[in-house]
Design a protein around this ligand. Structure first.
Ligand code: SF4
Length: 233
């Protein structure tokens, strides 16, 4: 018996067996769906866990963006997977998700999700910079469990660069001013649900009236209309 299992790390034996069964099912479903998708798309994985901006051998360069007023921000990260077609000129950047789809629904209408989902556009920039032969880059979230329905959510990248700069500029400006508003949104899925004050929704509604938060609030735009807070209190 592995030491971690003897030590009870995976939890109660019956639950661990059920979890293993679920994981096996998800993995088999994922493998079948992946084979089908690669055959349709005529692509193959080029990299998994591809690093950029990390002090590691083989890491791609950091993504560097210049924001007004003359500020530079750099991003590092790890891309779950990049597939390319047979010519090597078309890439698909994939981010795996093991949870449910609902909180990402906003991406159908807003590729940056009101400033909350900047990951894939930045990954796409990292791939473009590291692979100059690319003529097109697509991006998608892939919900790889039954919980997420093995669903894929494409993230539109066309024309997103200007908005990405704008959103990052607002976020950077807020950080410079020390604005870190606690905005309850996905509380039920948040690990801090029991730690945050029960009055958080009331507190947020009061804070949201402060004009100093106007640039932050303007990030949501369309995204705001699509989402309903899921706070328990
Ligand atoms: S519980 Fe809600 S308000 Fe608290 S950190 Fe999580 S998402 Fe934010």
């Amino acid at each position: 018996m592995p030491k971690s299992k003897r030590g009870g790390v995976p939890g109660r034996p019956l639950l661990w067996e059920a979890l293993k069964h679920e994981m096996r099912h998800d993995l088999l479903a994922f493998l079948a769906a992946d084979s089908r998708w690669r055959a349709e798309q005529q692509t193959r994985p080029l990299a998994v866990e591809g690093h950029f901006g990390m002090p590691l051998a083989g890491s791609w360069p950091a993504v560097t963006l210049r924001l007004p007023p003359g500020e530079t921000v750099q991003f590092c990260g790890r891309i779950d997977r990049i597939d390319v077609d047979a010519t090597g000129s078309r890439a698909v950047v994939i981010d795996y998700k093991t949870g449910a789809y609902d909180r990402y629904r906003v991406l159908q209408h807003d590729p940056l999700g009101g400033g909350r989902f900047l990951q894939l556009p930045i990954y796409a920039l990292a791939a473009r910079a590291a692979l100059p032969q690319l003529q097109s880059v697509e991006a998608q979230l892939w919900f790889v469990t039954r919980r997420g329905g093995l669903r894929r959510q494409a993230v539109a990248l066309e024309g997103v660069a200007d908005r990405l700069h704008d959103v990052l500029g607002r976020i950077a400006s807020g950080i410079r001013q020390g604005l870190f508003p606690a905005r309850p949104l996905d509380c039920k899925a948040c690990p801090f649900d029991r730690l945050c004050p029960a009055t958080r929704q009331v507190l947020w509604e009061k804070k949201a009236q402060d004009p100093v938060l106007a640039p932050y609030l303007s990030l949501f735009g369309l995204a705001e209309a699509e989402e309903t807070p899921t706070c328990s209190p």
